[in-house]
Ligand binder design. Structure first.
Ligand code: ADP
Ligand code: MG
Length: 726
């Protein structure tokens, strides 16, 4: 017996070749197939007479009729097969031509009735119906159950080797059989409140709608559904935290003043506002969950350091997690320098390194002694990579966790750091990735937001220039001049195109913000990586042999060992290299003040936010810096996007713009979450986001554990399994 959960292998219509193809798209069961939704529709709903159709040259029309003639032939060039037929409906007859579908003459016979949808064209021999979609029918009556013609016809997302026709042919009978069995998991009050179609109707109307209004109504339900699940999941997480306690750390205003006056600069107003929000949160006995968001170079580290100082002076410990070794070291140096005069012991722990800083002394220690110091509270702050999350690392009194560029740090992970202690540490997560409001309210909806929305005043605006292909030489001359003055240059290469199609993106192995524009559904990470490496190698060869044979150039890519990458970054930082040719792996946040030129090849391949991140690698000193954008794409949309980058230096606005121009496909955080298509569309709609958030809040207030909604609970569990939190 077939059930919703029956595997597609057991559906007789689906042969092994199709099974494989479907699996590539994650379709494993009948239910998956039913939830594989069309991306648009063709409107063939109006059936007109052949006589009328003949008057509508160049229009796409739908007609019915009896086949009076049908035959195959070949064009004179021999490589194209042509099937010709004549169809008559009593009002007139019309010729029909199909190209390269020789089997049609076997499927369609004289005296068959057909429904056809296609374009009325004019050829040498007069009016004909050009390559129409066809469907055999029983008679010319009006109550035929049509699938491919004579109705609003679903068109599914393009998938290699699986046609929409085939999907319609497979899905429709399954709907007849199973639509009624799909359980309704949305609570009744929500269905009523928003007047949603029940699931059984909605699924029919989404695949084979009676009208466009009905399709929209169905879509409204499904977009709501997915965002609603995200909201439930996030708000449940938030509720879990709110029910825990944390150690309160009263703020010492004098100490903070002392700290700020020890800085070689004045804090910006934004930095002051954010520090205050954080320090106030730390006073509470509810765990803080805060996201500190600010452009590259906006000065987040100082703000985080003030939080750490407050916690340490209250007698507790702080953990500071960085995404990579280089960044951990950079933070270690930076933070220990900032706290030099405050009698605080700062440690560094990576998979290879253990160091301790006290005052202006830094010394290497054994891991064991560092861990010992941590356990007996000798050590106040430890900065490190994921090595900090290992079991043997024991904080005796951890009260604050600072996380740089990792966004999601679940309650379980947080709790895991303080084994055996009842209270949860406060969490401060930092990111340079601008997060549009809709996203902040969904995917990051469990975090409170602090925004640094201004740059330190001493920064010069980076000059961003779209370089015309004919001015490439000039750009190279400029670069040479900068190098001669001792400045550093970054060259970023996009992945190149493979033979089998466009490789649009790559998921970075180190999980930092330098992620893909968007990752294709079934990408092969290894081949993409190889491809990217090749692009960089080619560019490196070209630059070092042909363009700048006298300069010191090297390359950096994701396949290199961490230690090698680090050595290169250090050399570049110290001025022992002039030009660094790199993939998008350039570590987020690595400070190279002497770099003044960021040159980006194939700029159209990156999202605006990502381009903005690259640009943030330069302009980290008081020297004038430049960002050169090279593009080979004449596409207007790309121009428009790159122009936005030239005109705007606010990462937050750029992210909103990206969302507006390109849609949410490449929003940071959405890939990490594996947000489903429907929900992605919903993410552009702030009203929908707010609606789902409120609905989720209401349900959880009534029933925090969803005991009364077992189907919803189960659906949420499956959903959470599908999207990955980490
Ligand atoms: P990010 O927000 O990218 O992490 P950092 O915290 O690394 O930025 O700060 C970048 C640089 O700016 C550091 O060298 C820091 O000392 C400096 N900086 C931070 N705040 C200010 C300020 N208010 N005025 C001037 N320089 C500042
Ligand atoms: Mg930083």
């Amino acid at each position: 017996m077939l059930l919703l959960q029956t595997k597609i292998e057991e559906i007789p219509k689906i042969g092994t070749a199709y099974q494989k193809k479907l699996k590539k798209f994650g379709i494993k069961t009948i239910q998956d197939l039913l939830f594989h939704f069309p991306s648009r529709y063709d409107d063939f709903s109006e059936i007109i007479s052949v006589a009328q159709a003949r008057q509508r040259l160049s229009d796409t029309v739908c007609v019915q009729g009896r086949i009076t003639e049908v035959e195959n032939s070949r064009t004179f060039k021999k490589w194209m097969s042509i099937t010709q037929a004549v169809v008559d409906d009593g009002t007139a007859e019309v010729k029909v031509i199909w190209f390269n579908q020789p089997y049609l003459a076997k499927t369609l016979k004289e005296d068959d009735f057909v429904c056809l949808a296609g374009k009325i064209s004019l050829g040498k021999e007069g009016i004909y119906l050009n390559n129409p979609v066809y469907e055999r029918i029983n008679s010319l009556s009006e109550n035929e159950d049509l699938t491919h013609t004579g109705r609003i016809v679903p068109v599914y997302p393009e998938t290699r080797g699986i046609t929409s026709r085939w999907l319609r042919y497979v899905i429709k009978p399954l709907l007849y059989r199973f639509a009624e069995q799909i359980p309704e998991f949305l609570p009744r009050e929500i269905l009523n409140k928003f007047k949603f179609l029940p699931i059984n109707d909605a699924i029919w109307q989404l695949h084979f709608p009676e009208s466009f209004e009905a399709a929209d109504a169905a879509k409204a339900r499904f977009s709501f559904e997915e965002l609603f699940l995200i909201q439930l999941s996030v708000l449940k997480e938030k509720a879990k935290v709110m029910h825990k306690t944390a150690v309160s750390c009263p703020m010492d205003a004098n100490l903070m003043k002392e700290f700020t006056s020890s800085l070689p600069f004045q804090l910006t107003d934004s930095q002051k506002k954010c520090s205050y929000q954080i320090l106030k949160d730390l006073e509470k006995s509810v765990p803080m969950s805060r996201l500190l968001e600010g452009d590259v170079g906006s000065g987040k580290t100082v703000v985080a350091t003030m939080a750490a100082l407050s916690v340490v002076k209250n007698g507790h410990q702080v953990a500071f997690l960085a995404p990579t070794e280089i960044l951990a070291k950079q933070h270690f140096k930076g933070v220990s320098k900032l706290l030099e005069k405050f009698d605080i012991k700062v440690g560094l722990l990576t998979s290879k390194d253990a160091r301790i800083a006290k005052g202006d002394d830094i010394f290497e220690v054994s891991k064991k002694s560092l861990l010992g110091d941590l356990e007996n509270r000798e050590l106040n702050i430890v900065i490190g990579t994921h090595a900090l999350l290992q079991k043997n690392v024991v904080f005796t009194d951890l009260v604050l966790v600072i996380v740089d560029e990792q966004h999601r740090f679940g309650v379980e992970q947080r709790a895991g750091l303080v084994k055996g202690i009842k209270s949860l540490p406060h969490l401060l997560s930092m990111t340079a990735t601008p997060i549009p409001r809709t996203l902040a309210l969904t995917v990051y909806g469990d975090l409170d937001l602090s925004l640094i929305d201004e740059m330190p005043k001493n920064r010069k605006k980076i000059k961003t220039i779209i370089v015309d292909p004919k001015d490439r030489k000039e750009a190279y001359n400029f670069i040479e001049k900068e190098v001669k003055e001792g400045k550093g240059v970054f060259v970023i290469c996009p992945k190149i195109e493979s033979k089998t199609g466009k490789l649009q993106g790559i998921a970075e192995s180190n999980g930092n913000t330098a992620t893909a524009d968007f990752v294709p559904q079934n990408y092969d990470l290894r081949s993409i990586l190889m491809n990217e490496v090749k692009a960089v190698k080619d560019e490196y060869e070209r630059l070092s042999t042909k363009i700048f044979p006298d300069l010191r150039i090297t390359m950096l890519h994701g396949k290199m060992k961490a230690a090698e990458k680090e050595r290169i970054m250090v050399d570049f930082k110290n001025g022992e290299l002039d030009i660094l040719v790199s993939t998008s792996v350039v570590e987020v946040g690595v400070d190279v003040p002497r770099a003044t030129v960021m040159m980006i090849e194939g700029a159209e391949r990156f999202g605006l936010s990502q381009l903005h991140q690259f640009r943030g690698r330069v302009g980290r000193s008081d020297m004038q810096s430049y960002c050169f954008l090279f593009t080979t794409s004449p596409d207007q949309l790309n121009r428009k996007r790159l122009k936005a980058l030239v005109e705007c230096d606010n990462g937050f606005k750029l992210a909103e713009k990206d969302l507006e121009i390109r849609g949410p496909g490449q929003l940071y955080g959405t890939q990490q979450w594996g947000v489903p298509d429907m929900a992605m569309e919903g993410l552009t709609n702030i009203f929908l986001v707010e609606k789902t958030r409120n609905a989720a809040k209401e349900i959880l207030e009534k029933d925090p554990t969803l005991e009364k909604y077992p189907l919803l609970k189960e659906r949420l569990r499956n959903f959470e399994r599908r999207i990955h939190f980490e």
